[in-house]
Design a protein around this ligand. Sequence first.
Ligand code: BTN
Length: 257
Amino acid sequence: MSLSRPLNPQPALPPFFSLIALESIDSTNEELHRRARAGAPEGTLVWAREQTRGRGRRGRDWRSPPGNLYLSLLLRPQVPPAEAAQIGFVAAVALAEAFESLLPAAPRLSCKWPNDLLIDGAKVSGILPEAEAAGGVVEAVVLGMGVNVASFPAELPYRATSLAAAGAEAGVETVLEAVAPRLQSWYRRWREEGFAPVRCRWLDFATGLGEPVEVRLEREVLRGRFAGLDASGALDLELADGGHRLITAGDVFHPAG
Ligand code: BTN
């Protein structure tokens, strides 16, 4: 664990959140797992100015210099693991709506399956939901979110951008204050109404819907058409022979865009 000290002053968040604001930490996800295991309540939100070992999906690095937003939110949904996976989409729609409120009208904001946010096709934000389950029920979801606010890494295997590069004049505190109430409200909606409204909103922002897509799985590469999201959040891939494959994990590439 890295040394950390509290930050001052703190952003104003709705009472649902218990904010833990840190100067530096290894990973906000790691820190929140530690706190979750020690009994932290739902709504605990760890925010750090920088991470020394930020991580992305599939064990990749998430470079985390000061100026960008790194946060993890603890949720305790008490649902089966397959349902808890929908929480990544809850975060995606909350982030998309927050970015929309901060960006000038022109940039094309979209969601890429499963949990990326793009501006004009370049990645601006990634989501890393990590569930802790016991006895078939998810006791804790550590919902990690990274947002390129001021900068984005060079030399990535995909195009990246930042909110600043897309014309938003907002610091990390402002972005956090825009994201938090939307996260709370979409999470509440998911709890009360299920996945359908989240799915519908995510599809409003979806990139490449109906278009050719390549899905890289651990042992094979599939090509087909991105036909939609099923009722659980799996990607519906229509194959050349007209058959469908439901994809629950993998890397998706949209050749058109
Ligand atoms: C991705 O690969 O797209 C997901 C990136 C998630 C990065 C965030 S930053 C805050 C939280 N802490 C981490 O170590 N990772 C997530």
